[in-house]
Write a protein that binds this ligand. Structure first.
Ligand SMILES: [Zn+2]
Length: 181
């Protein structure tokens, strides 16, 4: 793999209590290891950091040796993006419960505003749900009571950790903190 891949690799930092704290660059994690502040939980199977004298497997999960008392960034509310919205809703329509894998030809997932923007609704976590384009078109600019549609789940504000847990834990899908908070 190229040097670029290892440079963009993320690493999850766990507190000494094994509570997830943050996601940092794998390169920064190497510094924590080198300084003796953390130990490795998991390494990338093939990516390696190389210097003239050293060859270190790229860490993907590390745990701090001493408990850190700062507020874990993972508990913070996640940023509302299209991808984070779909992850929160497990890529499933909030009205017909159709999942991404069951979408038909010319069907796709969208962001639906429960109280439409045109009716004063806000673009916030508690007013948006994942909806297939058919349900979104059907709902259009109507309130739920007007279109007789029912929400299958009440939308909530997800934490960074919740989204991280729901998203694939494979390394390439790990959200970096810049994306999720
Ligand atoms: Zn639908």
């Amino acid at each position: 793999m190229s040097a670029t891949s290892v440079d963009h690799l993320s690493c999850v930092v766990y507190n000494s209590s094994y509570e997830p704290l943050s996601v940092i660059r794998s390169r920064e994690a190497v510094v924590h290891l080198y300084e003796g502040k953390a130990t490795v939980i998991e390494e990338h199977p093939s990516l390696v950091f190389r210097s003239a004298k050293l060859s270190i497997p790229a860490p993907t999960q590390i745990v701090l040796k001493e408990y850190k008392r700062s507020r874990p960034a993972f508990r913070a509310a996640a940023q509302l993006t299209q991808r984070n919205l779909f992850v929160r809703d497990k890529y499933t329509c909030a009205y017909c419960n159709k999942s991404r894998s069951n979408l038909g030809h010319k069907e796709f997932l969208t962001r639906d505003h429960i109280v439409p923007l045109s009716r004063g609704g806000l673009d916030i976590w508690t007013n948006v749900v994942t909806a297939c384009n058919k349900c979104n078109n059907k709902k259009a600019d109507l309130m739920l009571s007007e279109c007789k549609m029912v929400l299958l789940r009440q939308p909530k504000i997800p934490s960074v950790f919740e989204l991280w847990s729901k998203s694939s834990k494979s390394i390439k899908h790990l959200p970096h903190m810049s994306e999720v908070c």
